[in-house]
Design a protein around this ligand. Structure first.
Ligand code: ATP
Length: 451
C-alpha cells in the first residue's frame, strides 16, 4: 500500500514532550514531513501532552526547535492539552453507544488476577468482570471512594489493514484486553485522543514506529465506533543504539540536541535517520527534496536498525563535501566568515564539521607562519609566479614552470610549496586556494614571512 500519488495527504508527527527528541523520533518526524512534502500534502506537529506530570513546556519548545533545525516546518502545531473538550465529547459518544464501561479494579487486584490466569495457563487478558457489575454494586464501590477507570469494549474479531510498510496486517482483538482509555483520575491515555485528533484534523496517513502496531488494532475499532473512516497506517522499524539498545526520550538517548552540538549537519542526521534500515544505501543528499525522493515505505526493513554514530560522522563529512554554496551562505555569515562561494567550493571537500571552515579561512586570510625547509627553492619558485590576477589555472601554469626550471616533480615539487603557502602538510587543493590567498600573502609566505 502506498500513499496515492497526488492525493494531498495529511500526516502528523506526534511526540510526547517528555524529553529531547532522539534519532529514532527523527525517523518518524522526517518520514512524515517528507511524505507530506513529496505528495503536496500537509504536515502537522501534534504535541501529545495529556500526561501533565511528565510533559514540560521546555521540551515542547525543544521539539519545535529540533524540527526547525532539521528543516521540517509543520503546517500546523496542535497541543492535546488544548483539546480536552473534543476528547470529552468522544467519551460521551462512546458511553452512549455502550462501548466505554466503568471498571473499579485497583492495579493490585488486576495484578493478582493476571497471576491467577497465568497459573491456569490463560493469557493475561482482562476478563470484563466490571461489565457484569449491577448499578447497586457500582454505587457501593463509589461509596467506598473508588473512582472508575474506563475501558473500551472491543469487538472480538480480527482487525485488518494494509500497512504502508508491513503490507497486509491483522490483529485478533479477542486476544487483547479492553484498553483503558480514561484513568481513574480522569487522565486520558494515548489511545483515544490520538484517534479523536486524527479524525478532527483529517489525518489520512498515520506513519509511526512499530511500537504502535498493537494500538492500531484498537484504534481502528475506535475510529469505527466514532463513525469515522480509519486512516491508512504505516509502522516503520525502530532504531536502536549501535549496540542494539532501545531509545527513549526520557532517558536522553542520542538526542538531536547533542548531535547538533557535536556539529552534525541536519541534512546528514535526516538522511541517516530515514535511510538506515531501508532498501536505499546510506548516502549524502543535497536537499530534503532529494531525500524525499528516496523514501519508499514499502521497502523499509522489518528488523530494528542500528544507529551508529561513526556512520553519522562519515555521512556528515560526505554531506558537507557536496553542500552547495546556496545552502551555507547564511551560515558562513552567521559564523563571522565572508559568504564567499569560491572559498566554500575550495574547502568543503576538507571539512568533517562545518565549523572547520573557520580554520581554512585563517589559512587563506592569515596570519600563517610558513614552514620553510629549502628557502632557495621557494625563492626560485616565487620568481616564477605568474602575474596576478590568479584563477584556477594559475597554480598549474606556475608549478609547470617551476618543474621545468628546477627539475622537481611530484611531492618534492608540491609539498614545499604547500608547507610555505599554508603552514600545513595537508589541506584543500592549492589550485583553488592560491587565488584566494592572493599575490601579496603568497609572496610573503614564500619568502618565509608570517602573513
Ligand atoms: N527507537 C525508535 N525508532 C524509531 N521511531 C521511534 C523510536 N522511538 C519512538 N519512535 C517514534 O517516535 C514517535 C514519537 O513517539 P514518542 O513521543 O512516544 O517517543 P518515545 O521516544 O518512545 O518516547 P518516550 O521515551 O518519551 O516514551 C512515534 O512515531 C514513535 O513510534
Amino acid at each position: 500500500m502506498t500513499i496515492p500519488p497526488g492525493s494531498r495527504p495529511t500526516l502528523r508527527f506526534a511526540p510526547s514532550p517528555t524529553g529531547r527528541l532522539h534519532i529514532g523520533n527523527a525517523r518518524s518526524a522526517v518520514l512524515n514531513a517528507l511524505l507530506a512534502r513529496a505528495n503536496g500534502g500537509r504536515f502537522i506537529l501534534r504535541l501529545d501532552d495529556t500526561d501533565r506530570e511528565r510533559s514540560r513546556e521546555e521540551h515542547a519548545q525543544a521539539i519545535r526547535d529540533d524540527l526547525a533545525w532539521l528543516g521540517l516546518k509543520p503546517d500546523l502545531v496542535v497541543r492535546q492539552s488544548d483539546r480536552f473538550a473534543l476528547y470529552d465529547a468522544a467519551v460521551e459518544r462512546l458511553k452512549a453507544a455502550g462501548r466505554l464501561y466503568p471498571c473499579y479494579e485497583t492495579e493490585d487486584e488486576l495484578e493478582r488476577r493476571r497471576k491467577r490466569q497465568a497459573a491456569r495457563g490463560l493469557p493475561p487478558v482482562y476478563d470484563r468482570a466490571a461489565l457484569s457489575l449491577s448499578a447497586e454494586e457500582r454505587a457501593a464501590l463509589e461509596a467506598q471512594g473508588r473512582r472508575p477507570h474506563w475501558r473500551f469494549l472491543l469487538e472480538h474479531r480480527t482487525v485488518s489493514w494494509d500497512d504502508h510498510v508491513r503490507g497486509p496486517s491483522h490483529i485478533d482483538a479477542a486476544s487483547q484486553s479492553d484498553p483503558v482509555l480514561v484513568r481513574a483520575d480522569g487522565a486520558y491515555l494515548y489511545t483515544l485522543p490520538s484517534v479523536v485528533d486524527d479524525i478532527d484534523l483529517g489525518v489520512t496517513d498515520v506513519v509511526r514506529g512499530e511500537d504502535h502496531v498493537t494500538n492500531t488494532g484498537v484504534q481502528i475499532q475506535i475510529f469505527e465506533a466514532l463513525g469515522a473512516p480509519a486512516p491508512r497506517f504505516g509502522h516503520h522499524n525502530l532504531l536502536t543504539t549501535a549496540s542494539g539498545e532501545g531509545l527513549s526520550k526520557r532517558l536522553g538517548h542520542l538526542s538531536l540536541g547533542a548531535l547538533r552540538e557535536d556539529g552534525m549537519e541536519p541534512l546528514a542526521v535526516a538522511a541517516l535517520a530515514v535511510l538506515v534500515g531501508s532498501a536505499q544505501a546510506v548516502r549524502p543528499v543535497e536537499s530534503l527534496d532529494e531525500l524525499a525522493s528516496l523514501i519508499d515505505l514499502g521497502r523499509l526493513s522489518r528488523a530494528p536498525a542500528r544507529f551508529d554514530e561513526a556512520e553519522l560522522e562519515a555521512l556528515n563529512a560526505r554531506t558537507l563535501h557536496h553542500l552547495p554554496f546556496a545552502a551555507v551562505a547564511e551560515r558562513l555569515a552567521a559564523a563571522g566568515l565572508p559568504a564567499d562561494e569560491a572559498f566554500w567550493l575550495a574547502v568543503r571537500g576538507n571539512l568533517s564539521r562545518f565549523a572547520d571552515a573557520a580554520q581554512w579561512r585563517r589559512v587563506v586570510d592569515g596570519p600563517v607562519t610558513p614552514s620553510v625547509e629549502d628557502a632557495g627553492f621557494l625563492a626560485e619558485a616565487a620568481a616564477l609566479l605568474p602575474p596576478a590576477p590568479w584563477d584556477e589555472t594559475s597554480w598549474g601554469a606556475w608549478t609547470e614552470r617551476v618543474r621545468q626550471a628546477t627539475g622537481r616533480k611530484g611531492k618534492a615539487l608540491f609539498m614545499p610549496l604547500r608547507l610555505a603557502l599554508t603552514g600545513l602538510d595537508h589541506g584543500p587543493e592549492l589550485k583553488a586556494l592560491l587565488p584566494l590567498i592572493g599575490e601579496a600573502r603568497a609572496r610573503a609566505r614564500l619568502a618565509g614571512r608570517t602573513a
